[in-house]
Design a binder for this molecule. Structure first.
Ligand code: ARG
Length: 464
């Protein structure tokens, strides 16, 4: 206590002391927790009044002071003091300077349970914001899919053209991935939904703190059952970082598709000017920078996950100052994924599809070679043999340097007598897509049903 008093009030004379202050301070980044720190303090004070530690007047002073401070910070008028180390000490010291009752606020509380509480409250809000932004991106993907519902592109495996799909089907694949991210973040929120406050430094309090009352005020579903776990646990942060890293990886994959599609080699899309840049040297260039940055930023989000795991590894129980290092990684991840989601949601509204290029790319008859094998299967040929026979036809066409559709009926018959003129009807992209009736396939009607299903789900969700 004596030490922190000196720290709060003291002036730094020597360079060494200043270096130490700069090394240990967290206010330069943890000020972001102020709303949640203050909400925690108001709930704590309200409880202290309820159990008779604070008078009604003292509580009123404390609440008034904390609200004033919050409003000043909101307005950018609050002066943060580096000498006060972190957000918790800044707020409490400013309160006590203004209202003497502030000196009673820290009763039965430690910064250890205080910071854990603020972080859990912060993550809860952040997850709600992320989920709204995920929904916004899903909406953008769905509107794009609906806008270009008739467009067929090749689907790829190994980045080789494989089978035709609807562009909408490809886009809906990302809607599915994002939905799992939405769910994973929601799961992380459930486990963050526990109140640490009342755990003290590590061993609770001798005062009759009413933790359940505080939990109710702050909207936590339950209170922690083990004070040591509560002050030292940061797995809720790791979980958030993990869910966000996977989300960032999904966004990076979407980015990669957009980058490929906007290249001259694919030429499937044009990304709006606002989301691309020119080259300082090559006048013809239009670079998909936003998508590239999103792909690049996923690296730091993955790094933040690794950093937060490494931070916890080997920490003895309970609180250790190492834990202060959890914040920048967490804030960086949250900021990065949120910004990427919002920018992507906007960018997808400004993407134009080059329908002719897509048609050209998808009209390669070889994309329907598998459908021809299925045609043989329907005529009783075992699939392995069918695969072989179609392969022979592909080889023959390749050898003659002609499209497979230009082989003569005699050529087909020579490969297998089962072939007849109707076999060649499979070489229609339209028919090929229609013929796909299996659930989850890129059949036009099924894709439209998926779009309608997603439209309904997303209409029911809050808009950001
Ligand atoms: N700024 C600190 C952190 O983020 C707050 C907790 C400090 N607790 C302590 N015992 N020094 O971890």
């Amino acid at each position: 206590m004596a030490k922190s008093k000196a720290l709060w009030g003291g002036r730094f004379k020597s360079g060494a002391a200043r270096r130490l202050r700069d090394y240990t301070e967290s206010i330069s980044f943890d000020w972001k927790l102020y709303r949640h720190d203050i909400a925690g303090s108001i709930a704590h004070a309200t409880m202290l009044a309820r159990i008779g530690v604070l008078s009604r007047e003292e509580l009123a002073q404390i609440v008034k002071g904390l609200e004033e401070i919050r409003d000043e910070i909101d307005a950018g008028k609050f002066r943060w003091n580096l000498e006060r180390e972190d957000v918790h000490m800044n707020v409490e010291a400013a309160l006590t300077e203004r209202y003497p009752a502030g000196a009673k606020l820290h009763t039965g509380r430690s910064r250890n349970d205080q910071v854990a509480t603020a972080m859990r409250l912060w993550i809860r809000d952040e997850i709600a914001a992320n989920q709204e932004a995920i929904s916004a991106l899903q909406r953008a993907l769905i509107s794009w899919a609906a806008r270009d519902i008739g467009v067929v592109i090749p689907g790829y495996t190994h980045l080789q053209r494989a089978q035709p799909v609807l562009l909408a089907h490809h886009l809906l694949a990302y809607v599915e991935m994002l939905e799992r991210d939405f769910g994973r973040l929601g799961d992380a929120a459930k486990r963050a939904d526990v109140l640490p406050l009342g755990s003290g430094a590590l061993a609770g309090s001798t005062l009759p703190l009413d933790r359940k009352f505080v939990a109710k005020l702050l909207g936590f579903s339950r209170v922690s059952d083990n004070s040591m776990d509560a002050v030292s646990d940061r797995d809720f942060i790791v979980e958030y970082n993990a869910a966000a890293a996977l989300l960032a990886v999904h966004l990076s994959r979407l980015a990669e598709d957009l980058i490929l599609w906007s290249s001259a080699e694919f030429h499937f899309i044009r990304i709006g000017d606002a989301y691309t840049t020119g080259s300082s040297l090559m006048p013809q260039k239009k670079n998909p920078d936003i998508a590239e940055l999103a792909r690049g930023k996923s690296a730091r989000v993955i790094g933040n996950l690794v950093a937060s795991l490494t931070l916890l590894k080997g920490l003895p129980m309970t609180y250790n100052r190492d834990l202060q290092e959890d914040k920048e990684r967490l804030f960086d991840t949250a900021e990065t994924v949120q910004a990427t989601l919002l920018v992507f949601a906007e960018m997808l509204g400004d993407v134009e599809v080059d329908k002719a290029s897509c048609r050209r790319a998808a009209s390669d008859p070889l994309l329907l070679a598998t459908d021809l094998a299925d045609w043989l299967v329907r005529r009783g040929v075992p699939f392995r043999n069918a695969h072989h026979l179609v392969g022979e036809a592909v080889g023959l066409a390749e050898q003659r340097k002609i499209p497979i559709t230009q082989l003569s009926l005699a050529d087909w018959k020579k490969i297998s007598p089962v072939f007849d003129a109707s076999a060649l009807e499979v070489f229609s992209v339209e028919k090929g897509l229609k013929a796909r009736k299996t659930l989850g396939s890129p059949n036009g009607n099924l894709v439209k049903a998926q779009l309608a299903r997603w439209g309904k789900i997303l209409a029911g969700r809050k808009k950001s």
